[in-house]
Design a protein around this ligand. Structure first.
Ligand SMILES: [Zn+2]
Length: 416
C-alpha cells in the first residue's frame, strides 16, 4: 500500500495477461484521516452543482443530519472559504429564514493558464468562477529554443500571481495540443514543436512551489463548463470545440473521460470521409479536413465570397442574411460537416447534450440550430434520445475557467 499525491491509500496490482501486456487494477480506500476532506469535497461539489445552499438543504442532499453538515462546513467558514449570504425567507408561514452558504470573496483564487502555439494567457479565478485578473503575452517562435518559450510562460504567470491577494490554490494549464496527463507533459503542439515532450507541469510546480497540472484544451473547456458553466449539475454531456482545429471531451455519469494517458478527445482526426482530403496529420478524410475554418475559407474562396481568407462563422451568417450569392449554401454545408462528427459521437456514446465552443458560437442561433437540425436528421430518433446543442464561448474565457477548474477537480478529489 502506498499513499498517492492526494493522500488516498491505494493498492495497485499488476497482472500479466496474454500478449505480454500488463493489466493494472487499482482499488482505493479512503484513510480515516481523509474522510473529513472527502466529505468537505462532496459538500463543496453540491455548492458548485446547486449554487448557494442552506445547511438544511445540504443535509437533505447528503442524506445526513444538520449537525453533521454543520460540523463539516464550520471549519470552512472559519478558514474564510465559505460565507453565509443574505437569507432567503423560509416560507410564507414564517419560521427562521435559511442562510445559504456560498464561496467567500476572501477565499484563495486559482491560477488558470491557456497555452496556445503563439500566445499564453493567464488569469486568477475566484471559486465563484469570476476572472479577477488577466495577463497575455506573445510567445517566441515555436521552433525554439524551448527555454525562451518557457521563460515567457513563467513571466506571464508571475505577473498574474503578483496580483493575487492570497496565495492561489494552484496553477492549471489548458494546452492547445496533445498532452500526456499521466506525466503532466506536452506531447505535441502544432506550430510549436519546441514544446514537444516538455514537462510543463513539473516546471511550474518547481518554479512556483505550487500545485500545477495541465490538460488538453477541449477537456479544460469541459471542466470549466462542469464547475462554472452550462454543465453544472449535469450527469453527462460532451464539449465540441471548432475553429482552426476540432477537439472534444466527454463527461460520463459524473466523470470526465480522458482515455489512456489523456489521449482521448482527438476528434478532429476521427474519419468522416474514407479517401477524403489529406489532413495536417498526414492521414486522409479526418473530420478536421471538412469542418474547420481552413475548409470554410477554401470553399469561400472557390465560390468568390468577399474576404474569404478572413471568413468566420459570424461573417458567413451575415453574408447569408444579406443574400450574398453562395453564402446560404456554404453555411448549410458547413453546418452539415460539423454535424456529421457530432452525430457520430451521439451514436457512439449518446451524451445527448453538446456544448459547442469556438468559431461556430460566433454564428449564433442561426448556425447552432442548423447544426442541430442536421444532427437530428442523421441520428435515428428514439425515446430518451432528445439531442440538445447549446452555445458555449468563442473566446478564451471558458478555457481559462476550465484551466482553473482542473485544479479544483484535483483538490476536491473528484475523478474529473
Ligand atoms: Zn487528421
Amino acid at each position: 500500500m502506498k499513499s498517492d499525491s492526494r493522500g488516498m491509500l491505494s493498492g495497485a496490482q499488476e497482472a500479466s495477461i496474454p500478449g505480454g501486456r500488463v493489466a493494472k487494477t487499482r482499488q482505493s480506500l479512503i484513510s480515516s484521516s481523509m474522510v473529513g476532506s472527502t466529505n468537505r469535497g462532496r459538500v463543496l461539489q453540491s455548492l458548485f452543482d446547486f449554487g448557494p445552499t442552506s445547511r438544511a438543504e445540504l443535509a437533505r442532499l447528503a442524506g445526513v443530519n444538520r449537525a453533521t453538515i454543520s460540523g463539516i462546513v464550520q471549519p470552512m467558514i472559519d478558514d474564510a472559504l465559505l460565507v453565509e449570504i443574505d437569507a432567503i425567507p423560509a416560507n410564507s408561514g414564517g419560521g427562521k429564514p435559511a442562510k445559504p452558504l456560498w464561496f467567500s470573496p476572501e477565499a484563495k483564487p486559482i491560477c488558470g493558464v491557456l497555452l496556445m502555439p503563439n500566445a499564453v494567457h493567464s488569469c486568477l479565478v475566484s471559486l465563484e468562477g469570476i476572472i479577477l485578473a488577466e495577463d497575455r503575452m506573445v510567445l517566441p517562435s515555436g521552433a525554439g529554443p524551448v527555454d525562451k518559450i518557457v521563460d515567457v510562460i513563467i513571466e506571464c504567470v508571475t505577473r498574474t500571481l503578483a496580483k493575487a491577494e492570497r496565495p492561489p490554490l494552484g496553477i492549471g494549464v489548458a494546452v492547445g495540443g496533445m498532452v500526456d496527463t499521466d506525466r503532466g507533459s506536452i506531447v505535441a503542439v502544432n506550430l510549436a514543436p519546441a514544446l514537444d515532450g516538455y514537462p510543463l507541469a513539473e516546471k511550474l510546480r518547481q518554479h512556483f512551489t505550487m500545485h500545477a497540472l495541465l490538460d488538453h484544451h477541449p477537456r479544460a473547456l469541459l471542466v470549466g463548463d462542469r464547475w462554472f458553466g452550462k454543465g453544472r449539475g449535469v450527469r453527462q454531456f460532451a464539449v465540441v470545440y471548432t475553429g482552426e482545429v476540432l477537439g472534444g471531451a466527454f463527461y460520463f455519469d459524473g466523470h470526465l473521460y480522458r482515455g489512456a494517458a489523456g489521449a482521448g478527445g482527438e476528434l478532429g482526426h476521427t474519419f468522416v470521409q474514407l479517401d477524403g482530403e489529406v489532413c495536417l496529420c498526414g492521414r486522409r478524410g479526418c473530420w478536421d479536413t471538412i469542418a474547420t475554418l481552413g475548409w470554410l475559407r477554401r470553399q469561400a474562396s472557390k465560390i468568390g465570397l468577399p474576404d474569404a481568407a478572413m471568413l468566420d462563422s459570424a461573417k458567413l451568417v451575415d453574408l447569408a442574411a444579406r443574400d450574398v450569392d453562395g453564402a446560404e449554401r456554404l453555411l448549410d454545408l458547413y453546418a452539415r460537416n460539423v454535424a456529421v462528427g457530432i452525430a457520430n459521437l451521439q451514436q457512439t456514446v449518446a451524451p445527448n447534450l453538446f456544448v459547442l465552443h469556438g468559431d461556430v458560437v460566433r454564428g449564433g442561433d442561426r448556425l447552432i440550430e442548423a447544426i442541430g437540425d442536421h444532427v437530428r436528421r442523421m441520428v435515428p430518433s428514439r425515446p430518451g434520445g432528445e439531442i440538445e446543442l447549446i452555445a458555449g464561448d468563442s473566446g478564451d474565457q471558458a478555457a481559462l475557467l476550465g484551466a482553473a477548474g482542473l485544479v479544483l477537480s484535483d483538490l476536491l478529489q473528484f475523478a474529473v
